[in-house]
Design a binder for this molecule. Structure first.
Ligand SMILES: Nc1nc2c(ncn2[C@@H]2O[C@H](COP(=O)(O)OP(=O)(O)OP(=O)(O)O)[C@@H](O)[C@H]2O)c(=O)[nH]1
Ligand SMILES: [Mg+2]
Ligand SMILES: [Zn+2]
Length: 360
């Protein structure tokens, strides 16, 4: 197994140079359990542990290694184990809001090339949720592909495909049944050696079943979907990066209903390019699209050129993004204040000391 097979490239090599000078080796995180990491390396599988220093210096959960990350490891002589000293900068990442009062970012997948946003064509089907997943995916750095699974359960899967194609813009839309023998063929174009593919979506939509179809063997546990509301049972409980015969790396993840925005920015504008273009024709640059004269959005809504549902999704997403941006601003402000407090009390202590010692 070479590093290239594991997804290594020149960019990672460049950021690793300073570690190789210190005798560390690169490895990729396959899975994590309570700060114990299973790693892939060019020398085979390794057990990785975080050094005390690493844990001490990590400021947020996002600083800790996540599945898909490349890490710098010092091997323990004579063992298939080592200490993790650093995480290389991520080329792409997905996160969710960790539980707790602060909008702390928890990385659920790192360094993904293609992300399959999986929805089932059953009671789970929800174009608005697909829209939100897409917005985050565009921002993540990975290439999104929408997967409409369980097409065998839908009366008119092609109509669903057409509806989703309207919101997916340039992201491909795959309509498939994980239980159909053709399934693996459908994914074949994406199974390229060294490429990392992640499956994200709610519990029960069939992520693990799709992965088993790609692997050609039932390796991942799958579970029944609850019949009453088609909300899965959370069969997959950990994130895991798997090696496949095709040479591609495939990431299975536990069901997740939403993803998080983690940076202020452009995600909304990119997914809603059409809305954004309309808005750019408003007479006023800061148009709130409520009652200003010359509002291109209102006009498009009146003339039926903009779907009201799409407009309300856009507004909801924009609000959510603004909320997250505001929350992280508040967190940053709190942190700054804490540093100031420390500095001031440090200065006070220093002055008191100087006073006591008659230096002042
Ligand atoms: N009819 C039908 N059932 C499917 C299809 N794909 C998966 N299923 C069934 O849906 C159920 C849930 O599948 P899983 O693969 O466990 O779903 P998951 O997305 O991995 O769920 P979590 O691990 O809980 O996140 C299982 O009973 C599968 O057999 C499909 O294409 N058609
Ligand atoms: Mg699963
Ligand atoms: Zn307007």
């Amino acid at each position: 197994m070479t590093l290239t097979h594991l997804g290594w490239n020149d960019a990672f090599a460049a950021s690793f140079a300073r570690f190789s000078a210190h005798g560390l080796v690169p490895a990729r995180v396959a899975c994590e359990h309570k700060h114990a990491y299973q790693l892939y390396s060019s020398a085979g599988p390794l057990e990785g542990t975080l050094t005390g220093r690493f844990l001490h210096e990590a400021r947020t959960r996002a600083d800790l290694p996540a599945v898909g990350d490349w890490v710098a490891v010092r091997l323990r002589p004579g063992e298939t184990a080592g200490d993790i000293h650093a995480v290389l900068p991520r080329r792409s990442k997905f996160s969710r809001r960790a539980a707790g009062p602060r909008p702390d970012e928890q990385i659920v997948a790192a360094n993904v090339d293609v992300v399959f946003l999986v929805t089932a064509l059953d009671a789970n089907y929800n174009p608005r949720r697909i829209e939100r997943f897409l917005a985050v995916a565009w921002e993540s750095g990975a290439q999104p592909v929408v997967v409409l699974n369980k097409c065998d359960l839908h009366g008119a899967p092609e109509a669903a495909r057409a509806e989703v194609a309207g919101i997916a813009l340039s992201a491909p839309v795959i309509v498939v049944s994980a239980l159909h023998p053709d399934c693996r063929e459908t994914f074949a174009p994406y199974l390229r050696p060294g490429h990392t593919l992640a499956f994200l979506g709610s519990s029960g939509v069939g992520k693990s079943t799709l992965i088993n179809a790609i692997l050609g063997q039932p390796q991942q546990s799958t579970g029944p979907t609850r019949i009453d509301d088609a909300r899965g049972r959370h069969t997959t409980t950990r994130r895991e990066l798997l090696l496949t015969d095709s040479g591609a790396l495939v990431m299975d993840t536990p069901g997740m209903r939403e993803l998080q925005f983690h940076e202020e920015g452009t995600a909304v504008d990119e997914t809603f390019q059409d809305v954004f273009e309309l808005a750019s024709a408003c007479r006023f640059g800061n148009c709130s699209h409520r009652d200003e004269p010359g509002c291109a959005i209102r006009l498009a809504l009146e003339e039926g050129r903009l779907d009201p549902k799409r407009w309300s999704s856009y507004q909801k997403l924009a609000r959510e993004e603004a909320y997250v941006a505001r929350k992280s601003d508040e967190a940053a402000a709190r942190k700054e204040k804490a540093i100031w407090k420390k500095t001031n009390s440090g200065q006070r202590a220093q002055r008191a000391w100087a006073h006591r010692n008659h230096l002042e």
